[in-house]
Design a protein around this ligand. Structure first.
Ligand SMILES: Cc1cc2nc3c(=O)[nH]c(=O)nc-3n(C[C@H](O)[C@H](O)[C@H](O)COP(=O)(O)OP(=O)(O)OC[C@H]3O[C@@H](n4cnc5c(N)ncnc54)[C@H](O)[C@@H]3O)c2cc1C
Length: 426
């Protein structure tokens, strides 16, 4: 088989995947990341396998982490994507890599108990180190750069929560610093009532990382199947191995299937899809700016709801995102891109008054959140050989790595306590 990994996602429009919810596409507007990397072509050396140990559905960053982890264990792994590599939500991401979950530790303790909440935070924190080590072993560092994360208080009263949060995290051995108003202005030039500063964070190019992971997986023997879909109805039937008809003709069999389909859970798993709330979010990438827009090019996000977040890129732009809306239909979502872009740039100017940002890329994307801010990872008791890797939330990419670890342990028959934290029986 001759396969191609193209990361030039603007070259041809991604296909819309019809779903039960009637969504059409995951993003619109002009994305930034696909313009950074030219098309990458690869030729897998093995023929399309008819018999797989694992079929990974979805070739975004989650499918890439999963395929990379599994292929290195010697399993026969196939990767299939209905649109092609890196054409889902991944190229729309701002890719701030944080361990800090959407739900603060103090709040998560109240929701799920302090032991589980602490373990969830520690799992996420450790995943950052794992990701840095993993990326160091790839043939492309995907522009991974360590940055401080600064969680800005929007209102004075948020400081009380941030202080309690710092205390709770430091009791777990996770170092964070509380910055008061003056210290925040002196160290980061930002006027807000205060902030929580964490040294453990980094930025990446999500599309380059996806491609580097897949390249490594293919080198380890994984096969990239031609772009297309499979008839997923076979996944809820009892016969094993799964016999999956490919939309383009032919069939593959697989002992296990990994659902790494991002915000588009196949219709057969409606009860899983119901556990996520989809919304729309907006991002602007500015024209390159002269100099650093704020000290240390920190990753910024605030305590607002929805929260505002910003980072820089290696070519000197600022990516600023937020303005979430509760709908996902493309019509109303896309109609708001200009308005949201203006609002985001105004908010950026307020944050970093010394800069004069001009928009270069503006886009809208679907985004998924869970009630407790945790992902859905692992097997569901109804479908024991189907493994879900649904890393929802603002740090979905951190969850993608955790999903890859849990699923590869699960398929190898090794216990992973994190499945209790992030799985369907929690
Ligand atoms: C605007 C925005 C900003 C974000 N910012 C951050 C951030 O700063 N930090 C962070 O960690 N996360 C962030 N996220 C979240 C993060 O980007 C996502 O969690 C991550 O990209 C999801 O990757 P994925 O591989 O699971 O999904 P996707 O990239 O969507 O990949 C899933 C793939 O599955 C394919 N597919 C779907 N259904 C099928 C099927 N039935 N058969 C075959 N293929 C199928 C799709 O074509 C798609 O390519 C952000 C997301 C958005 C939209």
């Amino acid at each position: 088989m001759t396969g191609e990994l193209s990361i030039d996602a603007d070259r041809d429009r991604p296909e819309a995947l019809p779903t039960a919810a009637g969504r059409d596409d995951l993003h619109s507007g002009r994305l930034y990341w696909p313009t950074r990397s030219g098309p990458v072509r690869m030729t897998p050396t093995i023929p399309t396998p008819a018999a797989l140990d694992v079929l990974v559905l979805g070739a975004g960053i989650t499918g890439a982490f999963v395929a990379h982890a599994l292929a290195r264990t010697g399993l026969r792994v196939g990767i299939l994507d209905a649109r092609g590599v890196g054409r889902g939500s991944t190229p729309a991401s701002t890719a701030l890599i944080l361990y800090e979950l959407d739900t603060p530790l103090t709040e998560l303790c109240l929701r799920i108990g302090s032991i589980a909440a602490s373990e969830a935070y520690l799992a996420s924190w450790r995943a950052l180190g794992d990701m840095q080590r993993l990326v160091a072993g790839l043939d492309d560092d995907a522009d991974l750069i360590a940055r401080p994360s600064v969680n800005l208080a929007v209102r004075r009263r948020d400081m009380r929560r941030l202080k309690a949060e710092a205390k709770a995290r430091s009791e777990l051995g996770i170092a964070v610093e509380v910055l008061g108003q003056r210290e925040l202005r002196e160290r980061f030039g930002i006027s807000r009532p205060g902030a929580l500063l964490s040294a453990d964070a980094f930025e990446i190019d999500p599309l380059r990382l996806t491609v580097a992971l897949l390249r490594s997986a293919l080198r380890a023997g994984a096969a990239l199947l031609p772009r297309g879909s499979v008839d997923t109805s076979a996944l809820v039937e009892s016969a094993r191995p799964f016999r999956l008809r490919l939309a383009g003709g032919g069939e593959v069999t697989a002992r296990h299937v990994v659902i790494a389909t991002g915000y588009e859970t196949p219709d057969e798993f409606a009860q899983v899809a119901r556990r996520v709330q989809l919304r729309s979010t907006y991002v602007v990438a500015t024209e390159p700016l002269a100099g650093d827009p704020w000290p240390q090019r920190a990753l910024l996000w605030d305590t607002g709801d929805p929260y505002l977040y910003a980072r820089t890129t290696s070519d000197g732009r600022v990516l600023v995102g937020g303005g979430d809306e509760v709908f996902t239909a493309a019509g109303p979502r896309d109609a708001l891109i200009r308005t949201k872009s203006h609002q985001l740039l105004d908010q950026l100017c307020d944050l970093a008054p010394g800069i004069e940002p001009r928009p270069a890329f503006e886009w809208a994307g679907t985004f998924g959140q869970t009630e407790d801010g945790l992902p859905w990872i692992g097997r569901h008791r109804n479908w024991p050989d189907v493994h879900f890797a649904l890393g929802y939330g603002g740090n979905g990419i951190t969850f993608s790595l955790i999903a890859a670890q849990i699923i590869s342990h699960g398929i190898a028959g090794a216990a992973d306590a994190r499945e209790d934290l992030f799985g369907f029986d929690r």
